[in-house]
Write a protein of this length. Structure first.
Ligand code: HEM
Ligand SMILES: [Cu+2]
Length: 607
């Protein structure tokens, strides 16, 4: 025992010395060049950071909103790969009935990890990547209101991931004493309260950290959008993406602290003998109320900013301003408010009072109205537009099409009689994957391609991007439409095997649909590998962007603030003059302002 302890201590010591050596080797404090990577860093922050260190030290110490945006992006991508790998194993297991590849326990761990990872470690952070980088640019701010809190919010996430994934590493070391949680992402009690596995506690702690991180970020965005706008940006011409981030932040502020409290209660139940969720003396249903009071708003926390991204990007390639800008903003706010009144549509089958249940059905159906407003506004923006099918545009159009299926299947589920049939089947899984994969991921991809020139100073490979789109679109629809059909056949969700008899569901049909879904998932996976390859190889070898308007947006009067900033950066890099220009804001108004804050700053520097 003592020998082992000693060996471990020595090992950790060696590791730490190694890390210090590595950091000091890459962290040359003097070799900073303002335009590394072509994107232009430095000189931005409001607290006098005109020079930044290079190498790893820069990334560990940065408080620049753009750097932090990139960190969120890398983090989200790693989580996406982890969650994707987990689900591919699951799809392989489900390609045939019976256990061929793994045991139920491991399947359940993968299922739990996939859901938690995709929602908390990929979904929320990947949106923060875009908002951190671009909201300050879009509102003409120097940086976030609290740059250091911004950095802290990000740095809470790596330990969160380590805790959430910990079980996978500790299980082989501890002989399954500390194994990955098998609670599914909803962590329903009494199962989650009674599973005697410290891995569950680690995961709950990790989730708690990720919630603290999201809440800190949200407060920062609210403060930034309220107080850091340039004088020329008012509520009427605040861009649509910032509007959705503001609404999302408000939802986070109400939802995540509640999740945090529920997690603490569950931890207390598990470790300190309290009985909040106990079957005797407590209430397992209480968990569902608390969880879904957070959980339903969470789905809008995830989907509103992607709606904002599409509302921002789609008009650029339709050559006309967003149709009904005001109504897109109002519908965002309406969805935000209504989303807190629908949580019990996840609990229709739990035996709650039928009268209460009916009112939850009504509010759930009502959300379809602002959702439809958005959809019609996007379609009307496309109508008679000068449509250019670039990769960002393809992803926007795919987003709308997937939303139609994802949204309408949601309306079906919101109807109590339908839900009682389809609840806890693959239909539900199909419904929310049309939304989370078909919308959230699609909007993210569109935005990555649209802003790739700004962030990297390079252009991506267009043919590969189109391959990425088509494989994703086809893969998404094959996989998740098969899920909807599986649900109609009665295939229950969260099962590692489906060797049930014909009285429950026709096994042959279920098997073929699972196989179709697995093929779809592989098509999807190939698309994502192409995406990754494209991003990395274009970063190193893609053509350098020299024009501040790589999308020819000026032609249609669609040149947004972030590209104006980019153009100013490029002009500054080669010592050129910064032009005076009329600004077009999202509301489609021309503001008689000569320079954005960024451009003004650059001009000052050049004097
Ligand atoms: C637009 C973004 C949406 C997202 C991200 C989303 C996501 C989800 C998720 C994750 C679940 C599964 C929860 C679980 O694990 O049990 C779910 C279920 C459900 N969704 Fe959605 N949803 C969205 C839109 C809608 C809409 C617009 C409606 C209705 C108007 C809706 C109604 C439902 C219902 C009723 C269920 C519960 C079904 C059941 O478990 O029986 N959803 N959704
Ligand atoms: Cu819901």
């Amino acid at each position: 025992m003592a020998g082992e302890q000693l060996a471990l201590t020595v090992l950790m010591g060696v590791l730490l010395v190694g890390i210090v050596a590595l950091v000091s080797r890459y962290g040359d404090l003097r070799s900073y060049t303002p335009l590394a990577g072509g994107a232009g860093y430095g000189g931005e922050t409001s607290h006098g950071h005109s020079e930044k260190p290079a190498g790893l030290i820069r990334w560990f110490t940065t408080v620049d909103h753009k750097d932090i945006g990139i960190l969120y992006g890398l983090y989200g991508t790693i989580a996406f790969l982890w969650g994707g790998a987990a689900v591919m194993l699951m799809r392989v297991e489900l390609a045939a009935p019976g256990f061929d590849v793994m045991q139920a326990q491991f399947y359940n761990s993968l299922l739990t990890s996939h859901g938690i990872t995709m929602l908390f470690l990929f979904g929320t952070p990947i949106i923060a990547a875009f908002s951190n980088y671009f909201v300050p640019l879009l509102i003409g701010a120097d940086d976030m209101a609290f740059p250091r809190i911004n950095a802290i919010a990000f740095w809470l996430l790596p330990p969160a991931a380590v805790l959430i994934w910990a079980g996978f590493f500790t299980a082989p070391l501890t002989g399954n004493e500390i194994a990955p949680a098998q609670t599914s992402w909803t962590m329903y009690t009494p199962l989650s309260a009674e599973q005697v596995n410290p891995g569950v506690d680690l995961m709950l702690l990790g989730l708690h950290l990720s919630g603290v991180s999201a809440t800190m970020g949200a407060i920062n965005f609210i403060a930034t959008i309220f107080t850091e706008r340039s004088e020329k940006v008012n509520w009427a011409n605040l861009d649509i993406f910032s509007w959705t981030i503001l609404t999302q932040s408000a939802l986070i502020l109400f939802a995540f602290p509640l999740l945090g409290s529920a997690l603490v209660m569950l931890l207390l139940d598990r470790n300190f003998g309290t009985a909040f969720f106990a079957v005797d003396g407590g209430s397992p249903i209480l968990w569902q109320h608390l969880f879904w009071f957070f959980g339903h708003p969470e789905v809008y926390i995830l989907v509103l900013p992607p709606m904002g991204l599409v509302s921002w990007i789609l008009p650029k390639f339709a050559g006309r301003k967003l149709f009904g800008f005001k109504f897109v903003v109002y519908s965002t706010l309406a969805i935000g408010v209504l989303s807190f009144g629908v949580w019990a549509h996840h609990m229709f089958s739990t035996g709650i009072d039928p009268r209460i249940r009916a009112s939850f059905m009504a509010v759930s159906l009502a959300i379809a109205i602002p959702s439809a407003v958005k959809t019609f506004n996007w379609i009307t923006t496309l109508w008679n537009g000068k449509i250019r099918l670039t990769a960002p545009m393809l992803f926007c159009i795919g987003f709308i099409s997937n939303f139609v299926i994802g949204g309408i299947t949601g309306v079906f589920l919101a109807a109590i009689p339908v839900d009682l049939v389809l609840h806890d089947t693959y239909y539900v899984v199909g419904h929310f994957h049309y939304v989370v994969m078909g919308m959230i991921a699609f909007a993210g991809f569109g935005a990555i391609y649209y802003w790739y020139p700004i962030v990297t100073g390079k252009m991506y490979q267009r043919t590969l991007a189109k391959w990425h789109f088509w494989l994703s679109m086809v893969g998404t629809n094959i996989t998740f439409f098969a899920f909807l059909l599986l649900g109609y056949l009665g295939m229950p969700r969260r099962y590692a095997t489906y060797n049930f008899d014909a009285a429950i569901a026709p096994l042959a049909e279920v098997t073929s649909l699972h196989q179709i879904a697995t093929v779809g998932a592989f098509i999807l996976m190939i698309g994502q590998l192409i995406w990754l390859w494209n991003l990395v190889s274009s970063y190193y070898e893609g053509p350098t962007v020299e024009d501040g308007d790589p999308w020819n947006l000026k032609e249609d009067g669609m040149f947004g603030r972030e590209f104006q900033w980019f153009e100013a950066q490029l002009a500054r890099a080669d010592g050129g003059e910064v032009e005076d220009e009329e600004l077009v804001t999202d509301g489609g108004r021309i503001v008689n302002e000569n320079l954005t804050a960024a451009v003004r700053r650059v001009a000052d520097d050049d004097e």
